[in-house]
Design a protein around this ligand. Structure first.
Ligand SMILES: Nc1ncnc2c1ncn2[C@@H]1O[C@H](COP(=O)(O)OP(=O)(O)O)[C@@H](O)[C@H]1O
Ligand SMILES: [Mg+2]
Length: 353
């Protein structure tokens, strides 16, 4: 059991994340492209790759991407100064085009006006998985319940500034940011954030304040992801104004499906009011293929919102609950489990396509 910050990966786990054959890990180590340490597990020394070293590998791959991938990438990609022979990177990562890409939408949010659909759980797993890929990630907790904050193992948020202080008391946004793991920062939340609606309502340019604050730190990150509160609140509205992609988490049960029309209407109204076009994805969650009702709801969801649904369906899994309990990534619970694979494919789909 390890906190996310302390996580280490076996060569096999690294290879599966890097989409490589396990046999190549030794070669990468010899070429100085990957650092491998020895770690005592029980009585034996085992080869392990720390979270930070894995992130460094992915950054190196991305910074040395072959020219044909340049069009996939955003600003700064060309600037990569390369001491590493491009052929080495090309040969080891030829089949792994996604690893070269940069996020399509830098600012994203997980959203639903309904509670209990899995927003905070998926946001936490998603930001940890994104940072495993070497992306520099900022997570933002916009729910006073602070579940994203707790899921990322921050237990002293009541003593910390939140986005409330930034939007209402003009605290410089960088002072609200804390580090939770290599490559992963967080603006935490606490109960005080539940009181933001009235003071925010009275502020000038209220829906633009969050966007303007984020603009000040955005260039420090590859990906910024917010978890939101289950309401059609002004705070959520300001995140919708700031975001390029909204991931609507829909549990595959009848009430969650029923709420979807309201969610989609709310988003459309905001787009019209603020003349801001958002990409919308619907993420089916807690799917259980043994339940007829789950199958029916997924079918209806796809029939009604075909263009929006992600290909990835997140299955109901005890591993996700266990990861929540341990306040770490589902990879720590079972790296080969179905839940880890669901989070993998969700992350790849929402980050790169
Ligand atoms: N795919 C899943 N499989 C099993 N349990 C899940 C799954 N997604 C979420 N949960 C559980 O459902 C509960 C509600 O999830 P949460 O993320 O807090 O929802 P929200 O943030 O939308 O209110 C939590 O106990 C969480 O562990
Ligand atoms: Mg939540």
């Amino acid at each position: 059991m390890a906190t996310f910050r302390e996580m280490c990966f076996t060569p096999a786990e690294f290879a599966s994340l890097a989409k490589l054959d396990k046999s190549i890990v030794g070669e990468l180590e010899e070429q100085g492209l990957l650092r491998v340490i020895k770690k005592k597990v029980g009585n034996v020394d085992r080869k392990m790759i720390t979270l930070e070293d894995m992130q460094n590998y992915f950054r190196m791959v991305r910074d040395n991407a072959p020219a044909e991938f340049a069009h996939e990438m955003g600003d700064g990609a060309e600037a990569a100064g390369s001491q590493i022979p491009v052929e080495a990177v090309e040969s080891v990562a030829a089949a792994t085009a996604t690893l070269f890409k940069r996020p399509r939408n830098k600012i994203q949010m997980f959203y639903n006006v309904k509670g209990g659909t899995g927003k905070s759980t998926l946001t936490a797993q998603y930001v940890m998985r994104a940072s495993m890929m070497g992306l520099r990630v900022l997570a933002i907790d916009l729910d006073g319940q602070g579940h994203l904050t707790v899921n990322l193992d921050v237990l002293d948020a009541h003593e910390r500034p939140t986005i409330y202080d930034v939007l209402i008391n003009d605290l410089p946004i960088h002072q609200s940011v804390m580090n939770v793991a290599p490559g992963l920062d967080l603006i935490p939340a606490n109960l005080g954030l539940c009181n933001i609606e009235i003071p925010l309502n009275n502020k000038p340019r209220r829906e633009y304040r969050l966007q303007e604050a984020l603009a000040k730190i955005a260039d420090q990150y590859d990906l910024i992801v917010a978890d939101t509160n289950p309401a059609a609140s002004i705070l959520n509205g300001s995140m919708l104004v700031a975001a390029g992609l909204v991931n609507v988490v829909c549990a595959t049960n009848p009430l969650s499906f029923h709420g979807m029309s309201l969610v989609m209407t709310t988003i459309e109204e905001l787009e019209r009011e603020f003349r801001h076009t958002l990409q919308v994805r619907i993420v089916p969650n807690m799917y259980d293929n043994r339940e007829v009702i789950s199958q029916e709801v997924l079918g209806e969801l796809r029939a009604q919102f075909m263009d929006f649904c992600t290909k990835t369906v997140v299955n109901r899994s005890a591993d996700l609950n266990e990861a929540t309990k341990r306040r770490t990534t589902v990879w720590d619970v079972s790296s080969k489990g179905a839940a880890a694979q669901d989070i993998n494919s969700l992350a790849e789909e929402l980050i790169f396509s």
